[in-house]
Design a protein around this ligand. Structure first.
Ligand code: NAD
Length: 432
């Protein structure tokens, strides 16, 4: 099949590459000329495990092309995916300007029947808005389908190639057939392609992300209780996670969820609910708990340093919002760093993939180390903000000898408390 993907970010580039991998001819379109030039010359623009190899192979074999020209990009395509940003507007609702502006442009340039597929996370009713925008100038038939994306950054290629499920919202049999054929190679092991109406598909994505965010905030509140009651959240987590109805995943407490999806999707669903006069009380609390959790370690740090952080120097391990990605959108590390800098402290950080993005955002407000141990030199304390695997079994002796102070504040509960039984290091974690 010939496919166009409009928007070549985390979702667009992964989707485009994976569709090319299954033999389709894919053209990725973006308005960012620099990004398109780099990609067309074989330079990957995001870090995602396994993506670069697949991208280079499909680029070399001619199945993956890049352009900034929308009309050229969709020429000959049977399916046009929209993988455009839907950031929060000022009131928290999803801003549809990117999606609708492309929909406006598509109308006049459609020359034959195409399936327009919305992969962006969008509020219920957006498929109708996209249809209306295209209809204004379209002279040919087309269908608009909602196909929310469930890939997780860090394992995006794996998720895309072997999805747990594919959700397709459409009321058109013609579009249903096209989409079913497209996804057949991805569900050969029998995972379901779930067809439904457009609105249910749109809501499914928000419901999934909001439910996962709820699990995280719930565990973070249990962790708060553990600290006050003297229980150990790791034990509680294992105790409840072995119940099939609850499940083991997404029960890890920490310094809150971040990233480009959970915070904005929770906010957007709260806003969508308000628009239909529904007060989504659980979600409001989920968001509130997460806001508190992002700086949960700060009072512990302040107490450790007798409420004077001026001139104190902190090493940070991890900046990305989660491991195996360079994405720093809404990363809890950045909230903690901001708070420490505001108190007069200094920071030296190491992250295996995210430092370039942080440099673009905050420049030389912090120092950047070339490896995890270099970040520790003369630090008064170490803060762990992202659970990269390379931080999991460090040389504690080396940590102690490099640091000036001896405190570790672990925002991801990477270590066992026993590791510090006879250690000079003082270990603080969450809910234990
Ligand atoms: P992103 O910011 O990484 O990428 C969006 C791309 O669209 C950018 O490259 C931007 O330059 C481009 N763009 C903007 N306007 C354009 C236009 N008019 N024409 C062509 N290109 C244009 O965003 P993302 O993380 O890929 O997210 C895209 C959508 O997918 C969002 O709705 C998001 O909520 C959803 N989503 C994201 C993830 C994720 O893990 N990142 C997962 C599932 C769903």
């Amino acid at each position: 099949m010939e496919i166009a993907v409009i928007g070549t970010g985390y979702v667009g580039l992964v989707s485009g590459t994976c569709f090319a991998e299954t033999g389709n001819a894919v053209t990725c379109v973006d308005i960012n000329q620099g990004k398109i030039d780099r990609l067309a010359h074989g330079e990957i623009t995001i870090y995602e495990p396994g993506l670069e190899k697949m991208f280079l192979k499909n680029l070399r074999d001619g199945r993956l092309k890049f352009t900034t020209d929308l009309k050229k990009g969709i020429e000959g395509a049977q399916i046009v995916f929209l993988a455009l940003p839907t950031p929060p507007g000022e009131d928290g609702s999803a801003d549809l300007k990117y999606v609708l502006s492309v929909a406006d442009q598509l109308g006049p340039i459609l020359e034959d029947y195409k399936v327009i597929v919305n992969k962006s996370t969008v509020p219920v009713g957006t498929a109708d808005k996209v249809k209306d925008a295209i209809s204004k100038h379209a002279k040919v038939e087309f269908d608009v389908v909602s196909n929310p994306e469930f890939l997780r950054e860090g394992v995006a290629v794996e998720d895309f190639m072997k999805p747990d499920r594919v959700v397709i919202g459409t009321s058109s049999d013609r579009a249903k057939k096209v989409m079913g054929d497209l996804y057949a190679p991805f569900v050969r092991q029998g995972n379901p392609v779930i067809f439904m109406d457009e609105k249910s598909a749109e809501l499914t994505k928000y419901a999934a992300n909001s439910f996962l965010a709820t699990k995280i905030s719930f565990m973070n509140e249990i962790a708060q209780l553990c600290e006050r009651l003297g229980a150990d959240v790791d034990m509680v987590r294992r105790g409840i996670g072995s119940d099939d109805r609850i499940g083991k995943r997404f029960l890890f407490p920490g310094i809150g969820y971040g990233g480009s999806c959970f915070p904005k999707d929770v906010q957007a669903l709260i806003k969508s609910s308000e628009e239909v006069d529904y007060d989504f009380q659980i979600l409001k609390s989920v968001e509130k708990v997460n806001e508190m959790q992002k700086t949960h370690l700060i009072p512990k740090i302040e107490a450790h340093f007798n409420y004077d952080l001026k001139g104190k120097h902190f090493a940070f391990w991890g900046l990305a919002f989660k491991p195996n990605t360079d994405d720093i959108r809404e990363a809890p590390a950045l909230y903690m760093i901001e708070s420490l800098l505001n108190s007069g402290a200094t920071v030296a950080a190491f992250d295996p993939e995210a430092m370039n993005n942080v440099k673009v955002l905050i420049g030389d407000k912090i120092q950047y180390a070339s490896n995890q141990y270099q970040a520790l030199v003369k630090a008064d304390a170490l803060v762990i903000a992202t659970e990269w695997s390379e931080f999991r079994t460090p040389d504690f002796g080396r940590i102690g000898s490099l640091m000036e102070g001896k405190a570790i504040f672990d925002g991801r509960n990477l270590y066992s408390k026993c590791d510090f039984n006879n250690s000079e290091l003082e270990y603080y974690s969450i809910g234990r």
